[in-house]
Design a protein around this ligand. Structure first.
Ligand code: HEC
Ligand code: HEC
Length: 292
């Protein structure tokens, strides 16, 4: 009894001190936890006191729609490889196309065989690939000041016609060899990084061999041939895909690959393709298929 009275005795200050300490720590903790720390958000602006207290208590009133606007849904291309599209492409009239192609000479060279590093060679490119790129330029799916303006002047028929003409050129990107692997030993152990990517890809990064879509051997509808193309052009396109400046590849097939490539690899691939299979173009005399 005496001991009890002693504990709560007004003369003994320690219980009060202890209570005061506990209360002080509690007040500071509540203040810090609900009023200070919970106001600061990692990615959002600092909250006001009331929201911070609610957030601290787990009452999240943040049911309004997210502030940042959603990017508009963007389809990479209007072209889908339906039989309708393929019919449009194959209906291309080479003779009419040869007239339209006169407007392309200034940049893409005589008969689409480019001598500039800016504009790609179109001679011998698959008609479907040319047709798709023209449609993409026309509708702003692929950006290029000049080409968007030029493609807008062409109708769907014109595009098919000029594509048919350019694809039929004999003086052109060199034809691909029939075999998938032109020389033996082009496997995953190939030491040349460009050849390795072209013929074996890189399974660790999920990169399919370029040749499985661009040839030789494989072929993906709409994938332009790259052998003999301008190195600077190839490199620029790879960089554009990687940076998302070019987004017209269906299913992001090229963006996914290009993002994984280093700049050295892009350069090596461009040099490889520009130099690979480089055979002197066939005689200029045979260039005009439809010449009388
Ligand atoms: C003033 C120069 C200029 C003229 C004229 C021009 N082009 Fe182009 N074209 C370019 C450039 C530059 C590019 C490459 C754009 C890029 O880097 O993305 C290009 C790209 C293209 C491509 C994409 C090729 C690919 O490999 O993806 C096609 C197809 C094309 N042009 C067709 C045409 C046709 C058809 C004409 C004529 C009716 C034409 N161009 C006239 C400058 C021109
Ligand atoms: C899964 C198939 C696929 C693979 C694998 C692939 N590509 Fe492509 N590539 C495409 C398609 C399809 C396009 C055409 C995109 C479009 O419609 O604009 C393309 C376009 C390109 C272009 C632009 C050509 C032009 O004329 O505008 C370059 C350059 C290119 N690819 C390089 C490569 C390289 C280098 C590799 C290997 C590292 C590779 N691609 C692997 C499907 C593929």
């Amino acid at each position: 009894m005496a001991r009890d009275r002693n504990t709560v005795s007004p003369i003994n200050p320690w219980p009060k001190v202890a209570w005061a300490l506990v209360a002080g720590v509690a007040v500071i903790s509540i203040g810090l936890g609900f009023g200070v720390l919970s106001r600061y958000q990692q990615n959002d602006p600092t909250l006001d006191l009331w929201s911070a207290i609610c957030r601290g208590l787990g009452l999240n009133a943040d049911i309004a729609p997210a502030k940042e606007s959603e990017p508009a849904l963007r389809t990479p291309s209007r072209i889908a490889w339906t039989t309708h599209t393929l019919d449009q492409v194959s209906a291309g009239d080479v003779r009419h196309g040869s007239f339209i192609a006169m407007n392309c000479v200034a940049c893409h060279g005589q008969n689409g065989l480019s001598k500039s590093t800016v504009a790609p060679t179109l001679a011998g490119m698959d008609a479907a690939a040319i047709f798709k790129q023209l449609d993409d330029f026309r509708f702003g799916k692929r950006t290029s000041g000049v080409m968007e303006a030029i493609a807008k002047t062409l109708s769907v028929r014109d595009s098919a016609d000029v594509a048919a003409y350019l694809a039929a050129q004999k003086d052109r990107l060199p034809p691909l060899p029939p075999a998938r692997i032109p020389e033996s030993g082009h496997g995953p152990r190939e030491s040349d990084p460009a050849k390795r990517l072209v013929y074996a890809g890189d399974p660790r990064r999920g990169i399919a061999p370029c040749s499985s879509c661009h040839g030789p051997g494989g072929y993906k509808l709409g994938a332009p041939a790259l052998h003999g193309q301008q190195a600077a052009y190839i490199e620029r396109q790879l960089a554009s895909f990687a940076q998302g400046l070019r987004q017209n590849d269906i299913f992001e097939q090229m963006r996914v690959i290009a993002r994984q490539l280093t700049t050295d690899e892009m350069q090596a691939l461009a040099a490889f393709y520009a130099g690979a299979l480089q055979s002197p173009p066939t005689t200029h005399a045979g260039a005009h298929e439809d010449a009388p």
